[in-house]
Design a protein around this ligand. Structure first.
Ligand code: F0G
Length: 474
C-alpha cells in the first residue's frame, strides 16, 4: 500500500544506515466485493435534506464512501466466515462461548467473561453493579454511551485526561493519558469513587493513545485508594500498536505482548467487539473480581441474555473469538493504523487542519478552522459533515457540540473545546484509491470560497441526541 512514515517500524534500514522508503501492502487480498454507487449532486442534496442534515439519518445506499464509523463495519476474514458455520446455537453452554472465553483470557488476561450484545450492553451492566447514586467516576475524557450509563446509574463523570487531550494541535504522543494530579484530586475529594475509567485509545480526543507508563501509574494511584481501574478496551489493540511505535522499550515487543501487559494494570474491561475484534456485532464485560462477576452474570440474564451468550448468537461469538486472534497480529495492525496514517498525511500535505498526531481509527477534521467565523451554537462540525456528503457522497460523523449533549443537572449545552468531524476508517474495507478520493473531497470543501452559515437544530431527542437530531440550514 502506502509508504510508511519515519515513525513506522516498517521502514527498512539499508546497510548504509540511510532510511530507504519501501512500499508495503495489506496482509490480505479481496475475495468478495460489495458494489457502491456514485450519486449526482442533486441526489445528494435531496438525500441530505430528507435526513435533516444529520449523516446518521442518511440511507447507506445513498452513501459512496462510508466513514461514519469503524463500528461493526469491518470486513471479516474467510476464517471468521467459516467460523459462522460452526455456530453452536444451544441456549446454554455453547461451545463458541468457551472459544471466546479462551481468546479473551489468552489475549486480554482477565479472569471472568460476561458476553454482551455490544459495548454499551457491557457499560450498562458494569454501571448498574458498581455505581450508587451520588458516586463520582473519573475518566480520560468521556465517551457518549459510557458517560450516559454512568450518569443513568446516578454517578457524576469527571474528565481527568491531560490538557493536551483537548488541544487539537498539541503533538503529545500520548494525548489520551490521565492527568495523575487531576485523578488524585478526585480520589481524595469525592465522597465515593466506585472505579476509574481508562479508555484506550481515547475516541473523542481523536483516537489518541495512553502510554504503558501512564496506565501503570494510574493503577498504582488507584490501588493506593482501593479503587479499581476499569478499561474501555474497545480499541486497546490499536493502543498497543501506538505503544510499540512510540514508547521507548516496546519496539521489539509484539502487539499481543503489549496488550497483555496493558490489561494487567486494569481490573476489568468493557468491550465493543465491533471495533478491534473485527466483527459486525458483539461485546463483553471482563472482571477479575469473583463476587463482582457473580453479580454481573446475574444481571446480564435480565438485560442481554443467559451468561453464556449475552445477546449474541453462537456464530457471532465464534466470529469474535477468531477476530480477536486476527486483531492482535502485528501485520494486521500495521496495515490498519497505516491506512489511517496514509489519509492523514494526504490531508496534512494539502494544509487541511486535522487533529495531530494522527489517531488510530480515524482522522478528525478541526471544524473550527474550516469555519473560523461560525459560532459553536451554529454547529460547525455538523455543518462540515453535511458539506462533505454534499461534495462527493463521503459520510462522516459530528464529534462536537451536538455529540457532547447537555449537562445532566443544569440542562445547558456542553460546549466542548473540540469541535470535530470524524472520518472513521472501517477495517479491511476500503482501498488506497478510496482514501485518495476522500482526501480530494475534504480539500475541496476546505477551499470552498462561499462558506455555509451553519445549521439550526429543529428536533432534539432526549438521549444521545446526535444519533437522531434534525437540522435546517441557517
Ligand atoms: N466505547 C468507545 C470508546 C466507543 O467508541 C464505543 C462505540 C463504545 C464504547 C460503545 O460500543 O457501539 O458497541 O455499544 N463507538 C462507536 C463509534 C459507536 O462510532 O465510535 P457499542
Amino acid at each position: 500500500m502506502n509508504s510508511p512514515s519515519s515513525s513506522s517500524p516498517t521502514a527498512l534500514r539499508t546497510t548504509g544506515q540511510q532510511l530507504r522508503r519501501r512500499s508495503w501492502a495489506e496482509p490480505w487480498k479481496i475475495k468478495m466485493v460489495e458494489p457502491i454507487k456514485l450519486t449526482t449532486a442533486e441526489q445528494r442534496t435531496a438525500a441530505m435534506r430528507a435526513a435533516g442534515y444529520n449523516t446518521f439519518l442518511l440511507r447507506s445506499e445513498d452513501v459512496y464512501i462510508d466513514l461514519l464509523t469503524d463500528s461493526g463495519t469491518s470486513a471479516m476474514s474467510d476464517w471468521q466466515w467459516a467460523g459462522l458455520m460452526l455456530g453452536d446455537e444451544a441456549y446454554a453452554g455453547s461451545k463458541n462461548y468457551y472459544h471466546l472465553e479462551e481468546a479473551v483470557s489468552r489475549h486480554y488476561g482477565y479472569k471472568h467473561l460476561i458476553p454482551t450484545h455490544q459495548g454499551r450492553g457491557a457499560e450498562h451492566i458494569l454501571s448498574q453493579i458498581m455505581i450508587r447514586p451520588g458516586d463520582t467516576v473519573p475518566g480520560n475524557m468521556y465517551f457518549t454511551t459510557t458517560r450516559f450509563h454512568q450518569e443513568h446509574a446516578g454517578a457524576t463523570f469527571v474528565d481527568v485526561v491531560i490538557d493536551e487531550g483537548h488541544d487539537p494541535a498539541s503533538p503529545h504522543p500520548f494525548k489520551g493519558n490521565v492527568d495523575l494530579a487531576k485523578l488524585e484530586r478526585v480520589l481524595t475529594t469525592a465522597k465515593h469513587v466506585p472505579y476509574a475509567c481508562l479508555a484506550a485509545t481515547v475516541n473523542m480526543a481523536g483516537g489518541q493513545p495512553v502510554s504503558m507508563a501512564n496506565a501503570h501509574a494510574v493503577h498504582e494511584l488507584c490501588a493506593r485508594h482501593s479503587v479499581p481501574v476499569m478499561m474501555d478496551a474497545t480499541r486497546a489493540v490499536e493502543n498497543a500498536w501506538f505503544i510499540k511505535c512510540r514508547e521507548p522499550g516496546y519496539a521489539e515487543k509484539t502487539c499481543a505482548e503489549i496488550l497483555r501487559e496493558f490489561c494487567s494494570y486494569t481490573d476489568g474491561c468493557t468491550m465493543s467487539g465491533k471495533k478491534d475484534a473485527l466483527v459486525n456485532i458483539g461485546g463483553w464485560l471482563s472482571l477479575n473480581d469473583d463476587a463482582l462477576a457473580e453479580k454481573a452474570r446475574n444481571l446480564v440474564v435480565v438485560f442481554e441474555g443467559l451468561h453464556t451468550y449475552g445477546g449474541m448468537a453462537g456464530r457471532d461469538m465464534e466470529a469474535m473469538a477468531r477476530g480477536i486472534e486476527e486483531s492482535v497480529q502485528d501485520d494486521h495492525m500495521r496495515a490498519r493504523v497505516g491506512q489511517v496514517e496514509y489519509l492523514g498525511e494526504l490531508l496534512l500535505a494539502a494544509g487541511v487542519p486535522i487533529v495531530a498526531p494522527i489517531g488510530g481509527h480515524a482522522i478528525y477534521l478541526d471544524a473550527r478552522r474550516f469555519y473560523p467565523d461560525m459560532p459553536q451554537d451554529n454547529f460547525p462540525a455538523q455543518t462540515l459533515a453535511s458539506e462533505l456528503y454534499l461534495d462527493a457522497g463521503v459520510r462522516a460523523m459530528e464529534r462536537g457540540i451536538v455529540s457532547a449533549g447537555r449537562d445532566a443537572k443544569t440542562g445547558q449545552n456542553h460546549h466542548p473545546k473540540l469541535e470535530l468531524v470524524r472520518l472513521t476508517i472501517p477495517r479491511r474495507v476500503y482501498t488506497q484509491a478510496h482514501m485518495d478520493v476522500v482526501a480530494e473531497s475534504v480539500e475541496a470543501v476546505f477551499q470552498q470560497t462561499k462558506k455555509p452559515r451553519g445549521l439550526r437544530m429543529v428536533y432534539e431527542p432526549e438521549y444521545l441526541r446526535f444519533f437522531q437530531a434534525r437540522f435546517e440550514p441557517i
